[in-house]
Write a protein that binds this ligand. Structure first.
Ligand code: ZN
Length: 197
């Protein structure tokens, strides 16, 4: 990484973004584990919506994991986080606006806050509160994956439903369909076209 936070006087917000399979969770876990080695009190939160793999852990795609507290909303983070020095938040794109003030308050109170999330949704559009978090952060790292089609640097998350690129109007959750995500470069990414009804 081009930047590594080791001391956090006065608080600090770090944001780790990227497409699917860019190693965001892995990087979050790495930073948290280094803080724990330095005897800092660290905790990781994740939203309830993500039940990929195990629910009480953040697990990266390469199998590295760390214990996580699953919360239903951002307000649940507030009370618990006050007792820690370093606060990790994974899959932050699934939290609502209330996370923004909570994160700023924690940093203003001297906490180091490390946030990981998808910067773009499958439509290639800014994902929820992530753009706002990137703007107020003290440090932002945008990670890349490798395009599964051509091997170039990938920044897009291609959503495939039954092996075909998803269309813009497809709902976020589809029952009874085979759905996968692939990291793709700008050239190989099929940008979903908006269908006007
Ligand atoms: Zn490509």
């Amino acid at each position: 990484m081009k930047f590594e936070m080791t001391k956090y006087e006065g608080g600090w917000i770090e944001v780790i973004v990227g497409c699917m399979f860019s190693g965001k969770s892995e990087e979050l876990i790495r930073r948290i584990k280094r803080a724990i080695i330095a005897n800092q009190k660290a905790i990781v939160f994740k939203p309830q919506i993500d039940n990929r793999y195990e629910t009480d852990k953040v697990v990266s795609h390469n199998g590295i994991s760390i214990k996580a507290v699953v919360v239903n909303n951002a307000n649940e983070i507030k009370g618990i986080a006050e007792n820690y020095d370093v606060i990790g938040i994974d899959e932050a794109q699934f939290f609502d606006n209330s996370l923004i003030n909570i994160v700023e308050d924690l940093a203003d109170n001297g906490k180091r806050v490390i946030i990981a999330g998808l910067d773009q949704d499958f439509r290639g559009e800014p994902f929820g509160i992530i753009p706002h978090l990137m703007a107020i952060a003290d440090s932002v790292d945008k990670l890349h994956a490798i395009c599964v089609v051509c091997g170039a640097v990938a920044t897009k998350s291609q959503r495939l439903i039954n092996d075909k690129p998803a269309s813009y109007n497809d709902p976020t959750i589809l029952v009874g369909s085979k759905e996968v995500y692939q990291p793709r470069c700008r050239k190989c990414y099929n940008k979903p076209i908006k269908v006007l009804n």
